[in-house]
Design a protein around this ligand. Structure first.
Ligand code: ADP
Length: 169
């Protein structure tokens, strides 16, 4: 039985087994959630990302995929890095966004994580409209078979929280 919860706040302040990072394919850090996770989590996360790049993802982590590292100084066991699609008004990339949630939960299951905190992937620099992103995130979370007990969406700001809350019903 999986419970979906919503929280308004900073994902780097969350306590969870796994915290999901809206990474970019380089795995070498960026702005938004990515920057905040590396800042608060400390250098161990970047070091683990560099090792992953060297060993498995020399060409970058493909969009829609997910991979785990240490969570460094965060209050979590793992950070799961996933690469959201950039929003396009001419091409439907919904399946790739759903894949981020699905793959992150698959990795969480492999790790044995029971609580997983997600940001609203692709809704920042990647410009996905919040309402549509919330629909895809919640539909995927509701329908995916997983042993994760709590899927927590951590929304940055009141507007994002309200959009998710309106969709969760
Ligand atoms: P993307 O590149 O996938 O769009 P961003 O990190 O730019 O990722 O933004 C994703 C979402 O996360 C946006 O809605 C943004 O407002 C939000 N966000 C930014 N910083 C944080 C944070 N510290 N905790 C939770 N959400 C955050």
């Amino acid at each position: 039985m999986t419970t979906i919860t919503l929280v308004q706040g900073d994902i780097t302040r969350q306590s969870a087994d796994a915290i999901v990072n809206a990474a970019n394919s380089s795995l070498l850090g960026g702005g938004g959630v990515d920057g905040a996770i590396h800042r608060r989590g400390g250098p161990a996360i970047l070091e683990a990302c560099r090792t992953l790049r060297a060993s498995r993802y020399g060409k970058g982590l493909p969009t829609g995929r997910a991979v785990a590292t240490t969570a460094g100084d965060l209050d979590a066991c793992w950070v799961i890095h996933t690469v959201g699609p950039v929003f396009s008004s001419t091409e439907d990339r919904s399946e790739l966004l759903a894949s981020c949630y699905r793959e992150s939960l698959r990795v969480a299951d492999e790790l044995g994580a029971r609580t997983v905190a997600f940001p609203a992937i692709s809704t920042g620099v990647y410009r996905w409209p919040m309402a549509d992103a919330a629909r895809i995130a919640l539909e995927t979370a509701r329908t995916i078979p997983t042993a994760v007990e709590e899927i927590r969406f951590v929304l940055f700001g009141r507007d994002a929280y309200d959009v998710f809350a309106g969709r969760l019903g």
